[in-house]
Ligand binder design. Structure first.
Ligand code: SAM
Length: 469
């Protein structure tokens, strides 16, 4: 029985409801009247139900699809402006006792080099990331209760926040680690993490059990209720996602939205972010042996439909995707991207030796952060290194209400410009800096309030004179 409020995952990610939704969407894929009605509802920018969104995802009327893409782009502009939040992953450890069949960290992989960063090594990695200009990190690790203990994570977070180096400081540490207990989530919250990220991988329970044959991650119910426990532990920013390619994308899309609906119903706040990773080749993983891969067009449609269905949820894309693909989906809804990423443990300080690789997956977009920043600005995006919301305590429902009221535009635009100028002064190549300064000068004019504009102008002048407040 579908029950959005239930604490049991079989109720809120209800298999029967997903099948009925998919049948309904399929039946209505050429239903112009219904599709038009759903698009009209979406234009109100209050989101869509999983059923409505599934109809748009299936829609095969070309003209309506173009309308969906245009609306996704417009909603993205309305809620996020042209800012793109920048971050980098930091792999702490690839020790793992799980048996995930798609991940090279699986415990049977005996030839991958297993590593765990010491606190000293974390410092070196973080300094390397700060020297690129990063201010936001996503910590990543396999699941191994002996090596990767909660104490290890807490020490690591503490180490990262305490590193002051030149003008750099990591201001937001997000974390992507295995499902855990309410008490542990509380400890992570107290340590000052930003978003707790955990991908469902697949919402299809039967596939999930097969794809995770051994280890604690095999427990579908425990994994699927992780965000409920995280929120109970006081973490109000949670990031969900599926690994596209494991099961059928229509099923995953519906499950993802039902999960978001459940969190909103149960805690009054939906997910802070949704990630859209696609399965990639990695060490002993051949992605072509998985038969549910999706092409770039389907991927773009998924991003657009998620954007329309949950307009106020950030969307993240990683370097699993090529420059070309990232460019396309940035327009359709992505609000955060990684740049200059290494997916190996210790990879920011030392390149991986060919015979002892520890990467989690092959990075497709290998450009430096400077190149990614320049590329974004050439497309008139503002790469944002801002973490002001978090420092001001605007997380969870407070962030969402700001976002839902459209107010986020007023505070974010000036902050993004000032933090971008700091980045340009401290880290950018001369070419990137010249493009960035021109962009900032144009964008100042888009600060609507004249008083606020004057303050931003004055702050930018001081930053450019290296005289920061
Ligand atoms: N240990 C954590 C957990 O139990 O969920 C996750 C950390 S893992 C470092 C981050 C994510 O990488 C996984 O959730 C999975 O979706 C993704 N991943 C694993 N293998 C992958 C592959 N071959 N290609 C792309 N992404 C992959």
């Amino acid at each position: 029985m579908y029950d959005v409020n239930s604490k049991h995952p079989d109720d809120f990610i209800n298999h029967q409801e997903i099948l009925e939704t998919l049948a309904f969407a399929e039946e209505n894929r050429h239903n112009e009247v219904l599709i038009t009605e759903i698009i009209e509802k979406a234009k109100k920018r209050k989101g869509l139900s999983h059923r409505e969104a599934a109809v748009l995802l299936d829609c095969d009327i070309e003209e309506k699809n173009q309308e969906i893409y245009r609306l996704a782009e417009q909603i993205k502009k309305d809620f996020y402006g042209n800012r793109i939040v920048m971050f980098a992953p930091l792999y702490l450890s690839n020790y793992c006792i799980n048996g995930c069949t798609y991940c090279p960290y699986h415990s049977k992989n005996k030839h991958i080099a297993r590593k765990q960063l010491s606190q000293e090594e974390i410092k070196r990695e973080v300094i390397a990331l700060q020297d690129m200009g990063h201010k936001r990190l996503a910590l990543e690790a396999g699941e191994d209760p002996v090596h990767n203990t909660m104490d290890y994570y807490l020490d690591s977070i503490n180490t990262i926040y305490s590193i002051k180096h030149k003008n750099g400081a990591i201001r937001r540490v997000n974390i992507n680690i295995a499902a855990t207990t309410v008490d542990n989530y509380r400890l992570l919250k107290e340590a000052g993490i930003g978003t707790y990220i955990l991908f469902q991988e697949t919402y299809h329970k039967e596939s999930y059990l097969q794809l995770h044959p051994t280890g604690p991650k095999h427990d579908y119910d425990y994994h699927t209720t992780a965000m409920d426990r995280a929120m109970e532990g006081g973490i109000d920013d949670v990031g969900i996602g599926v690994l596209f390619g494991l099961d059928k994308y229509r099923y995953e899309f519906t499950g993802l939205l039902m999960h978001a609906e459940h969190l909103e119903a149960a805690f009054g706040v939906g997910p802070h972010t949704i990630s859209v990773p696609r399965l990639r080749d990695a060490d002993d993983i051949d992605s072509s042996s998985f038969t549910n891969g999706i092409d770039d067009d389907t991927f773009a449609k998924l991003v657009a439909c998620i954007r329309i269905a949950v307009p106020y949820t950030g969307m993240i894309i990683s370097t699993r995707e090529s420059q070309k693909c990232r460019e396309r989906v940035l327009h359709l809804g992505i609000s955060q991207i990684s740049g200059g990423s290494r997916t190996s443990v210790g990879g920011y300080c030392e390149p991986e030796p060919e015979d002892a690789r520890s990467e989690q997956f092959d990075v497709i977009d290998n450009r430096t952060l400077d190149e990614v920043v320049r590329w974004l600005m050439e497309m008139d995006y503002i790469p944002s290194f801002c973490t002001a919301c978090y420092r001001e305590g605007r997380t969870g429902d407070r962030f969402m209400s700001l976002c839902k009221s459209g107010q986020i535009q007023n505070c974010c635009h000036p902050n993004a410009l000032m933090t971008l100028e700091e980045y340009l002064m401290d880290y950018a190549s001369p070419e990137t800096k010249a493009i960035g300064d021109r962009l900032i000068d144009r964008e100042i004019l888009n600060v609507p309030n004249p008083k606020a504009r004057a303050v931003v102008e004055e702050n930018l002048r001081l930053i450019r004179e290296n005289n920061r407040r």
